[in-house]
Design a protein around this ligand. Structure first.
Ligand SMILES: Cc1cc2nc3c(=O)[nH]c(=O)nc-3n(C[C@H](O)[C@H](O)[C@H](O)COP(=O)(O)OP(=O)(O)OC[C@H]3O[C@@H](n4cnc5c(N)ncnc54)[C@H](O)[C@@H]3O)c2cc1C
Length: 447
């Protein structure tokens, strides 16, 4: 008698939803030798997005907010690769990886789709080519490098008119990501400028562009207006009821017709669910995969969707918001429902009420609404740090972040640019009579 084939569970996407589903399997189903769980993710790490702006603003070391996925698991298998397509009919996922992007097929009995969302530029002219984004670790490192590069260039820029675009920073989007990004940039640049003898604080300009009447609409008008006032006191210009309409690379055009001279636009004003979802023969709502309240995809038994890419209905039938606190809880419930589907048992509906929302707005101040109570100022900032530090996975990273924050009290922020350029080389094929030509390696990449 042949051994029974193990049941294969494949999770695509190792963000909040996918990682927490895999952690739930690690504790339960994955202990069963007849069950094989594989988590596929583009990066080999899990990114803790709520602290991303702290990397861009040089508050935290860039690897302290990410955790290598392998360190979470002993039983769940990890596959670093790019999910190219999903064949629901054939029950397999096509993944490419490696230097030559060779392909693998991963067959499954249960598939969890947790691919998150991507930035959407809404076809605004010049944005896709030139705007910076704040979604990945690479984005935060890129932005930090850009800030430092601009300061270095502006310090020795002979023409004052060319300094202006280098020292002006525009962030589009007054939600959490945009507000925390402009606040972080503002603190960082204003502190850094003292090390650049040809630059003055008066040369700096920070602009936050928001389409609504008040920033941070998720926190209500009162906290939004408070955050606006605090940022304005720190010389951040806030343009409410205004949209970005284009970016030429040296100027951002706004919906009121003004042009802000800048070479740095950070776009946080739009996201869309992962485009792979649109390729599936399933119903979607605003690009999110429609699922039942237990996160099962209708008409496709064994297929589940969760996190930002899924439209999970609340008890009133409205979709839950795309946040980390929802995604990670959906991960746990979805994993338990898969276990119930395999072993027999009752599947649970996903029911959760937002516990609170917090934003850091710079200079040790914040705004927060926790269990319906509003907080602002230092206490909100302290809550932000305490709550997110407790949520950051793994003790090692908690200690590293806590140390970074402590050392921040003693030292000024680091101004070192992070480059991935190879050292200068010289070719050994050179004709010895000619002066040695020094070459920069063509394959080098610098951001
Ligand atoms: C700057 C920023 C700050 C935020 N702050 C907060 C906050 O303070 N509080 C809060 O609740 N929420 C916050 N959010 C929102 C939160 O990050 C998301 O709601 C959450 O990450 C959604 O989890 P997810 O698992 O659905 O998607 P994600 O966490 O985005 O994970 C998706 C994963 O899928 C992988 N992936 C995508 N496509 C492929 C592919 N083709 N092949 C392989 N892998 C792929 C990605 O690499 C990623 O690891 C923030 C978001 C950002 C960008």
């Amino acid at each position: 008698m042949g051994a029974t084939k193990p049941k294969r569970i494949v999770i695509v996407g190792g963000g909040f939803a996918g990682l927490y589903a895999a952690l739930e399997f690690e504790k339960g189903l994955a202990r069963d030798p007849d069950i094989e769980v594989t988590l596929v993710n583009r990066e080999n790490f899990f990114l803790f997005t709520p602290m991303l702006h702290e990397v861009a603003a040089s508050d935290l070391d860039m690897t302290h907010i990410v955790n290598p996925i392998r360190k979470f698991f002993r039983r769940v298998k990890f596959f670093q690769g790019e999910v190219e397509s999903v064949d629901l009919q054939g029950k397999k996922v096509m993944v490419s990886h490696g230097e030559n992007h060779h392909h693998h097929e991963l067959p499954y009995d249960h598939l969890l789709l947790s691919l998150g969302s991507i930035t959407n530029f809404f076809n605004l002219p010049g944005l896709a080519e030139r705007a910076l984004t704040m979604k990945s670790l690479g984005d935060a490192i890129y932005l930090r490098n850009r800030l430092i590069r601009n300061l270095e260039e502006a310090d020795f820029e002979c023409f004052p008119e060319q300094r202006e675009p280098l020292l002006t920073y525009v962030v589009a989007g007054g939600g959490f990501a945009g507000v925390e990004t402009i606040a972080g940039i503002n603190d960082f640049i204003r502190e850094a400028v003292e090390f650049y003898p040809h630059l003055r604080e008066e040369n700096l300009r920070m602009v936050l562009v928001h389409p609504g009447p008040a920033i941070l609409p998720e926190l209500g008008e009162k906290l939004g207006v408070y955050a606006q006032r605090k940022l304005a006191e720190r010389k951040v210009e806030i343009r409410v009821n205004t949209r970005v309409t284009g970016f030429s690379g040296d100027g951002v055009t706004l919906s009121d017709g003004t042009v802000v001279k800048t070479c740095t636009l950070v776009w946080t004003a739009g996201t869309s669910p992962n485009p792979l979802i649109q390729t599936l023969p399933c119903q979607t709502e605003r690009g999110r995969l429609k699922v039942n309240s237990d996160m099962g995809v209708p008409d496709w038994p064994g297929v589940w969707a969760l996190g930002d890419c899924a439209c999970v209905p609340d008890p009133e039938g409205r979709p839950y918001p795309p946040t980390a606190q929802h995604a990670l809880r959906q991960g746990k419930v979805a994993a338990r429902n898969v276990a119930a589907a395999i072993r027999g048992g009752k599947k649970r509906r996903f029911v959760f009420s937002t516990l609170g929302q917090l934003a850091a707005i710079g200079k040790r101040t914040g705004v927060a609404n926790v269990f319906g109570i509003n907080f602002s100022g230092f206490i909100a900032w302290w809550l932000w740090r305490t709550i997110y530090l407790s949520k950051l996975p793994r003790f090692e990273k908690k200690v590293r972040v806590a140390l970074d924050w402590t050392l921040d009290l003693l030292f000024t922020k680091d101004l070192v640019q992070f480059t991935t350029e190879r050292a200068t080389t010289v070719s050994h094929q050179e004709d010895e009579r000619r002066p040695a030509s020094v070459v920069r390696n063509a394959a080098a990449t610098t951001k």
